[in-house]
Design a binder for this molecule. Structure first.
Ligand code: GDP
Length: 612
């Protein structure tokens, strides 16, 4: 019951592009391998071809691979085929971009049925949502359900029917839990064949990358959804849309770029414009290359040359001046009526556009990534996490990049770090960072970077809390109830009139002589212990006790005023506030511990101490 409209190779429709994302070890690579696997009986499986960075599935191959679905579903076959990107993960997905939108027409988010949602699953959902890319969920590793009976390469429904009641129950339970986890991420989901509203509900396809079960369902759904949901306009070959996935040196060709052509045609001799590290690159296509088919490997050249290629495909471009090309950059073709300069500005927008994410106060971390796509993904993430960015960069980290971070050492030491995503750090840069005290975090998983950064910040704050504890004086006002011990050590019974009295707080009396306008601050010492009814307490708040608090004051200076002569019961006692103590409480290390009423009290006490 499948119907091929037979548009095939000569049609002017183009193939949709598919990416695979998900947490590490969920089976992305294995699933790709399984999808690619040539059918043994069919030999070449209807011409599945290995391209540059992608595998192309002509519609005939998909028809063959989804044959087992015909019992349940009709297959629409309008497009000539499907292009599946070979490198799974964030990296390639986020590089397939065009001004914030995605050139990936459909994505597969792989979730391990035994593990449910994991950190990178959630990151992937965020990315897919940001780029508005339609996606389906492959609920992988169903063969690991206890006692699963496999039927290789079968459609899911037939396989599921064969399972025991216990297996079916386990499946339902795990599916339900994962649907709940998806709902927590704001996603409604449904098994694809029960899904009546593909626009609102994410479709779930149960799969096994080991047995191949569910793979026909996956392919069927990919084609179904792209054809139903891609607008007609997107399906037809029109203007050139292309992205640089990788920049590579290849023997005999020099620096080449691996490009995914999502739409239009590329021809040998075309003049192209792309984004470079040091400015726009304008050059001419010298060669368009795809890999030699497997059976032709005995031939001399590793590549097949093309005069012209047609979307969608992955192709290697050889040209001059590609050394500084940026992965993730768009690639434009200069037409006869095009303004080359305008196009140069246009491609550089890919970088300059990201400068919007840079904090205008000039405070923040330095961010460096390997590709435009990963830089954009990292910036999106940091924005969500409210981590300000001071400067951005692409490519390997050199000393001059670290120098940007050193300006933070004075301004905001907590941001004197570099967050680097999947880049090389030059030796000299590393040494320089070490010597200047700039922390460089380098990871190829965004959340690892984030975790390392937040842990580092917490460590810094803890260190600051420790270093400045002596200056973090919280405000309080005390009234003496009785003197218990005049000296060695001085112990006073007090009532806390305002604020909070803490252990370690320096206590003083203030005597002001209106005739000389002189203010004498008499330091009594630091609170060594606090007791209410002979019970030690760490702090006492205003109104906490009517019985009074016994305060023991330690005076390491040995210049404690003498009770009864310099100071007595009539003096109001205060925690010793100074400009420095106020500034210390404003520091991020303490800020969160200071309440609004503390600040009000500090304001009230400033005149007592003659602080402006
Ligand atoms: P990736 O990190 O997401 O690319 O995961 P891989 O494809 O490398 O798979 C990780 C591990 O899980 C490997 O040991 C695979 O053999 C295994 N694996 C992947 N898919 C399945 C599956 O469907 N069933 C079972 N039992 N194992 C799987």
């Amino acid at each position: 019951s499948t119907t091929s409209k037979g548009k095939g190779k000569d049609s002017d429709l183009r193939s949709p592009i598919c990416c695979i994302l998900g947490h590490v070890d969920t089976g992305k690579t294995k699933l790709l391998d399984k999808i690619r696997q040539t059918n043994v009986q069919g030999g070449e499986a209807g011409g599945i071809t290995q391209q540059i960075g992608a595998t192309y599935f002509p519609i005939e191959a998909i028809e063959q691979k989804t044959a087992t679905m015909s019992k349940y579903e009709k297959q629409t076959l309008d497009v000539p085929g499907l292009l599946v990107i070979d490198t799974p993960g964030h990296e390639s997905f986020s590089n397939l971009r065009s001004r914030g939108s995605s050139l990936c027409n459909i994505a597969i988010l792989v979730i391990d049925i035994m593990h449910g949602l994991e950190q990178q699953t959630i990151e992937s959902i965020r990315l897919l949502r940001d780029r508005k890319a339609p996606f389906i969920v492959a609920l992988n590793k169903i063969d690991r359900l206890y006692d699963w009976k496999e039927i290789p390469n079968n459609n899911f429904r037939d396989s599921f029917e064969q399972q025991s009641r216990a297996v079916q129950d386990e499946f339902e339970t795990r599916l339900n839990n994962i649907q709940i986890e998806l709902a927590e991420q704001g996603l409604n989901s449904e098994l694809y064949f029960k899904n009546k509203n593909m626009a609102k509900y994410v479709s779930i396809v149960p799969t096994s990358a080991v047995t191949g079960e569910g793979v026909p369902d996956l392919l069927w759904l990919l084609l179904e959804l792209t054809q139903k949901r891609m607008s007609k306009q997107l399906m037809y070959l029109s203007h050139v849309e292309a992205t640089v996935l990788e920049v590579k040196v290849v023997e005999g060709f020099g620096t080449t770029i691996d490009v995914i052509l999502s739409n239009g045609y590329l021809r040998e001799g075309d003049r192209i414009v792309l984004c470079g590290l040091n400015g726009p690159i304008v050059t001419t296509i010298r060669a368009l290359l795809t890999p030699q088919p497997l059976r032709e490997l005995r031939l001399k050249s590793e590549y097949v040359h093309h005069k012209e290629v047609k979307a969608a495909l992955g192709v290697k471009i050889a040209a001059n001046d590609l050394e500084k090309a940026v992965s993730g950059s768009r690639l434009l073709v200069v037409g006869p009526d095009d303004d080359e300069e305008e196009m140069c500005d246009d491609v550089m927008e890919d970088i300059t556009g990201l400068l919007d994410s840079v904090d205008t106060t000039g405070k923040g971390v330095v961010v460096q990534a390997s590709t435009l796509g990963s830089l954009e993904a990292l910036l999106d993430f940091l924005k969500d996490m409210k981590i300000p960015v001071m400067s951005i960069g692409l490519g390997p980290v050199y000393k001059r990049d670290v120098m940007k971070a050193t300006t933070m050492l004075e301004k905001a030491p907590e941001y004197a770090v570099m967050l680097c995503f999947d880049v090389k750090v030059d030796k000299e840069a590393e040494q320089y960072a070490e010597q200047e005290g700039i922390k460089i975090f380098n990871a190829d998983i965004i959340y690892h970077l984030f975790d390392a950064f937040t842990a580092y910040q917490e460590k810094l704050l803890e260190q600051r809390r420790h270093d400045f504890l002596d200056f973090a004086t919280f405000p309080c006002v005390l009234q003496t109830l009785q003197i218990i011990n005049k000296r060695g050590p001085m112990i006073i019974g007090v009532d806390v009139m305002e604020g909070t009295l803490k252990i370690g707080t320096p206590i003083c009396a203030v005597r002001y002589d209106p005739s000389t306008k002189e203010r004498h601050i008499l330091a009594l010492g630091k609170v060594a212990s606090l007791e209410i009814n002979h019970q030690s307490v760490p702090e006492v708040k205003k109104g906490q006790t009517a019985a009074g608090v016994a305060v023991r004051l330690d005076d390491p200076s040995g210049q404690q005023p003498i009770w009864g002569r310099h100071v007595d019961e009539s003096d109001t006692l205060y925690s010793m506030i100074s400009r420095r103590s106020i500034d210390t409480l404003k520091d991020p290390a303490f800020r969160d511990q200071v309440s609004r009423s503390d600040w009000l009290l500090i304001k009230k006490l400033k005149p007592v101490f003659g602080i402006e």
